[in-house]
Design a protein around this ligand. Sequence first.
Ligand code: ADP
Ligand code: MG
Length: 259
Amino acid sequence: MTAAAVEARGLRRAFGSVSVLEGVDLTIAPGSVHALLGSNGAGKTTLIRILATLIRADAGTALVAGHDVRTAAAEVRAAISLTGQFTAVDDILTGRENLAFVARLRHLADPGAEADRLLARFALTEAGNRRAGTYSGGMRRRLDIAMSLIGDPAVIFLDEPTTGLDPQARLEVWAAVRELAASGTTVLLTTQALDEAEQLADRISILHHGRIIVDGSLAELKRLLPPATVEYVEKQPSLEEIFFAVTGENPTTEREAAA
Ligand SMILES: Nc1ncnc2c1ncn2[C@@H]1O[C@H](COP(=O)(O)OP(=O)(O)O)[C@@H](O)[C@H]1O
Ligand SMILES: [Mg+2]
């Protein structure tokens, strides 16, 4: 039996009088890619920050890589990496120097070799000796993901890794996430994009009004809605249709109401 990579029970967190998380339960299997799907302001970053020991929950428990975020924060931090929308990439340094810098911080024996290995893995070898400031959005995000892998963290948190990227860059980041998944790293990624969860995740949790209201594989989520039969063609519900069905929100009526 392998322990869960993340095991959260009853997490609650408020900011002042605003209650953001109202009892979040989340289990993530080791080696899986788990998408936390939620609208802007749903509390995705708050949950990630609790799991990464950056802020504390008001109530509830969470184990990450087997360590309690409250009582063993140092062990949790040693086992994880976190990348967000705003990257840790230094524009003045080349891609290779960025990687080697982190490798030195983590006391790796051969930082240059680690940098070259990661440049190759994330298709950045040709750009490796250029300043990161000249990189496209997708290249920067790939470099950031590569940097977060140094030291082999057991669990990697990607907080909205493709928000703000153009479609091409988005595909590049998807390839990088698939590369992580293939190597067996546990990934928790947050996203507002239904297609992203559909494309990348083994399991999907939907965070809505402070709770995980649905959790399952894409196939399980699709079973929540019966397929609509049109003429002779069976149409499977899209994740988007499931999302709006379970959250009770209809994008069309909301747009109309706003108009
Ligand atoms: N440090 C903070 N102080 C006050 N309110 C916060 C703070 N961090 C987040 N919030 C509020 O909590 C809610 C959830 O935010 P967040 O976790 O960033 O959502 P998401 O990442 O899903 O967009 C939002 O209403 C946000 O304004
Ligand atoms: Mg966020």
